[in-house]
Design a protein around this ligand. Structure first.
Ligand SMILES: [Zn+2]
Length: 56
C-alpha cells in the first residue's frame, strides 16, 4: 500500500530522427519494455510528424 516504488521506472529522451533534437521525455518501465522505443510524434522543429527514437 501507499507509495509506488520507482524501481524499474526510468526516464528516456525521445530524439527526432530527422533533426536529432530531444523533444520528448517519457517514463519507461525497462522490465516491461526492454526494447528501444520508437514513436511517431510531432516535432516542432521539423514542423511535422517524425519518428522519435529512444536516446541511448
Ligand atoms: Zn525534428
Amino acid at each position: 500500500m501507499g507509495k509506488a516504488k520507482a524501481g524499474n521506472r526510468s526516464y528516456v529522451d525521445l530524439v527526432c530522427t530527422e533533426c536529432k533534437r530531444a523533444n520528448y521525455t517519457v517514463s519507461k518501465n525497462k522490465k516491461n519494455t526492454p526494447e528501444k522505443l520508437e514513436v511517431n510524434k510531432f516535432c516542432e522543429f521539423c514542423n511535422k510528424h517524425t519518428i522519435h527514437r529512444e536516446k541511448k
